[in-house]
Design a protein around this ligand. Sequence first.
Ligand code: SAM
Length: 250
Amino acid sequence: AGTLYVVATPIGNLDDISARALRILGEVALIAAEDTRHSLRLLQHFGIDTPLAACHEHNEREEGGRFLATLQAGSDVALISDAGTPLISDPGYHLVRQARRAGVRVVPVPGACALIAALSAAGLASDRFVFEGFLPARQAARLTRLEALREEARTMIFYEAPHRIVECLADLQAVFGGTRQAVLGRELTKTFETLKGLPLAELRQWVEADANQQRGECVVLVEGWQAPEGEDAVDAQALRVLDLLLDELP
Ligand code: SAM
């Protein structure tokens, strides 16, 4: 059987594609792409003329069979998405799963990924982190999701659409408090790249005051919760015990 290569493409700056990615994209029989028109431009830029076929959210399950047949017939296939690493808030999960289940070799060809790029330059703790992907679009659901992260000690990473960035920062502030440190990574690797670190309340004001910061692609990182130390710790623990006891009262 052939090999399924999961190939990362740039998140903005085209120079970020790896030499290995270019070689493999040129060598495979078929490239499964999220948006074939979008990817055609990328391939043309690099002079690659491998045939493209659509593999997006809506056809992934059904079309998976077709890609699998190509692989099982002995041809190599590369999977790419519109930007960055496939499967990271992008299609590909079903195809990779089907391929592995069918015994097809799946090989990662790593490269750009917005969350890793942001984390690598944000200056927040990076030894442990959680990637939360996109928050729900509706505020009630978004707040519920954030509430569940109230005492998350690891650095939290979110993807957000530009038209929701202000609302998102407001909700992050409401749940985590205005003094919690956060970083906005916007348009990474592109001309107007921004990496701004401020306490949540100030970051929100800064974005609100500048329409330019409400455009483009963004990643938001929030420092993890830190257990209070010393006297505060005792107070916090006492309060929690009191809370529990109060719940028990008739
Ligand atoms: N697969 C991609 C990856 O590896 O990062 C993510 C795809 S997801 C559909 C698109 C989201 O990723 C954007 O809404 C934004 O949150 C984030 N993103 C992608 N490119 C970015 C960039 N250049 N700067 C900041 N965020 C970016």
